[in-house]
Design a protein around this ligand. Structure first.
Ligand SMILES: Cc1ncc(COP(=O)(O)O)c(C=O)c1O
Length: 471
């Protein structure tokens, strides 16, 4: 497909600008361009077709089933976008006097009032722009807490191997040493292993719950007690809150600090690089360390870890989350979680005969299958199945994650899919498993319908070509 620069023709334009209504000011020479910006000149028709063509090469939740495990690609009600598009919200400037931002402050305040009782935390900061940044924020708060008590020697953060990949990265960015512990045979934390690594150097534990195998950690009260007894704090990775919201509160289970991925749990588009929002919440003992530029009542100036984001965070994501919560209401939050878990177990039950499950029993909102048997028997890998699904009009699940499962296929159907969609998707997965035995070669060549078949993913990630090279 031609790039927009290649479609450019001198003199064409689609801009219809109003007359300039402010004084024209010349910039100092050192700040001015030496030559005109080389922007594409293109008529409106071609411009509109160009972007429609690009859109048709992409796949989103509006195109079909999108069971991308760990990423929660659920349907986002259009009402959220309507709320976020209200001119009163979109025409604000971050440098406005706070006195003129009362409506926005109210949005944060209302959202906090919902999130605190849902999570059992006492305060939230909406500055973090993503889940991983929420983790970093929480960890910096843990660090500040220990330092304020003269316990700077607490330098270790315990993280199980079933944690989300961002957990060890955030702990290391916060200056901690990561103590990785192996999961037990059931895919959950082994309490004896945990005890053996917990001591006076323990700053805390990070627990992804449900974990990346889609399992609820059954020994949570024991886990938090072991860590607290050793003087550490407990961090809850709440990115998967859509599995437990309204049913279980991290704050009641001994967690001191956590983050939520608003863009996963509370319906706001996820993907394409954001914007997202990963509010950090905490119990009273940590609230004085929250980022300083928030509206949380308990947010203290003196001991705060400072800012983690310019201004107020990704405000419009908070607006969408609030709209979703208001739509759901109190009972709706628990229904959301219940349906996420029900849908996942329904699909798991249909698929585990053809693709062995990575763990036994019920799952929470997501589950992990393995294509290892298909690979051994027919040479068809998890990637081949994923690519085959593209030809069936289904977005592939997450593949090769979590790392502890060979040929992993991680599915998260989400609460917003109907039984008919799940049945149709299960039929596709099963037909591909059958095809692996009958026509493995064609699966290894899939997809045949996608705009791009099998790109060199490593090269695309390491050496992306993001600049047009003018001739
Ligand atoms: C369990 C878990 N923790 C953390 C994250 C990181 O969130 P983000 O991608 O917004 O940084 C994710 C992302 O999906 C996640 O699933």
């Amino acid at each position: 497909m031609e790039l927009i620069f290649e479609k450019s023709r001198e003199g064409r334009s689609s801009a219809i600008l109003p007359p300039c209504d402010v004084p024209v000011v010349s910039l100092p020479q050192e700040l001015s361009r030496k030559r005109r910006a080389r922007l594409p000149n293109i008529d409106e028709n071609s411009l509109s077709r160009h972007y429609s063509a690009l859109e048709s090469r992409s796949f989103g939740v509006n195109n079909g089933f999108y069971p991308l495990g760990s990423c929660t690609m659920k349907y986002n009600p259009k009402l959220g976008d309507e709320a976020a598009a209200l001119p009163g919200f979109t025409s604000l400037h971050p440098l406005q006097e706070p006195g003129t931002l009362r409506g926005c402050l109210k949005v944060f305040d209302m959202l906090s009032r919902y999130l605190c009782p849902i999570t059992g935390m006492d305060a939230f900061s909406f500055q973090p722009a993503a889940g991983a940044q929420g983790e970093l924020t929480g960890l910096l708060m843990i660090k500040a807490y220990h330092e304020s008590r003269g316990e700077a020697g607490r330098v270790n953060i315990i993280i199980p191997d079933s944690a989300h990949g961002t957990n060890p990265a955030s702990a290391s960015m916060a200056g901690f040493t990561v103590i990785n512990i192996k999961s037990g045979a059931d895919g959950r934390i082994d309490l004896e292993t945990l005890k053996s690594v917990t001591d006076s150097t323990t700053a805390g534990i990070m627990l992804t719950n449900p974990n990346t195998l889609g399992l609820f950690e059954t020994g949570i009260l024991e886990i938090t007690e072991i860590v607290h007894k050793a003087g550490g704090l407990c961090y809850y990775d709440g990115a998967n809150l859509n599995a437990v919201a309204g049913l279980f509160r991290p704050g009641d289970m001994g967690f001191d600090v956590m983050h939520i991925n608003l863009h996963k749990t509370f319906a706001t588009p996820h993907g394409g690089g954001g914007p997202g929002s990963g509010p950090a919440g905490c119990k009273k003992i940590l609230s004085e360390f929250l980022p300083s530029y928030g509206f949380e009542k308990d947010c203290g100036e003196g001991k705060s870890i400072g800012r983690v984001h310019g201004f107020y965070g990704n405000f419009l994501v908070a607006v969408r989350a609030l709209a979703y919560l208001l739509m759901l209401g109190r009972d709706g939050v628990a229904d959301m979680a219940g349906n996420a878990v029900l849908n996942a177990n329904y699909l798991l039950a249909k698929l585990k005969g053809a693709y062995p499950a990575a763990s036994q029993g019920f799952c929470m909102h997501e589950f992990v299958l393995s294509a290892e048997t298909l690979k051994e028997k027919y040479g068809v890998s998890a990637l081949d199945i994923a690519k085959g699904l593209e030809d069936c009009g289904i977005h592939p699940p997450t593949v090769y994650f979590p790392l502890i499962v060979h040929e992993a296929l991680m599915l998260e159907p989400t609460e917003t899919e109907s039984r008919e969609t799940l049945d149709a998707a299960a039929d596709m997965f099963l037909s591909l498993a059958q095809k692996a035995g009958e026509d493995a070669a064609s699966l290894r060549g899939a997809p045949f319908s996608a705009a791009v078949s099998r790109p060199d993913e490593v090269k695309a990630a390491r050496r992306p070509l993001l600049r047009y090279e003018w001739k």
